[in-house]
Design a protein around this ligand. Sequence first.
Ligand code: FES
Ligand code: FES
Length: 163
Amino acid sequence: MPEFTTTQTVRLRVNGQDVERQVEVRRLLADFLRHDLGLTATHLGCEHGVCGACTVMLNGDSVRSCLLLAVQADGGEIMTLEGLADGEQLHPLQQAFWDHHALQCGFCTSGFLMSAYDLLAKNPQPSEDEIRHGLSGNLCRCTGYANIVKAVKAAAQGQSSTE
Ligand code: FES
Ligand code: FES
């Protein structure tokens, strides 16, 4: 019988911290972040790449952490929602979501924030259509999307407050 390796060392930079862990090669990146690193802001909804709740940044691009294995991210740089705020200071996107009531139950919110972060990093002044397109891979069961789009637009325009 051939011998198969079932664990492997992964080294990553996550939210600015170097981490090294021995993981099962079948471990999903989402499970690695949530269970091995305790970064539970990344949510798992569908686990099939459909809902976007598990979105994180990997090497500057948004990815679905339910569709990647932790070992596939080896050597990479990851940012999760926990890396967005600056200490107690909310990121402008987070503040805009707060100000514009862009969340209800909040389950989808971390994924929306990461997708919006990716969108604004690549297109700092998106049109409403571009925002809708940029967020079209994220599903929300509560909000009807209007306030999410409003919040992203406000963050892009540097307005984090409705007042
Ligand atoms: S949990 Fe990954 S896309 Fe739904
Ligand atoms: S706020 Fe509840 S799923 Fe989006």
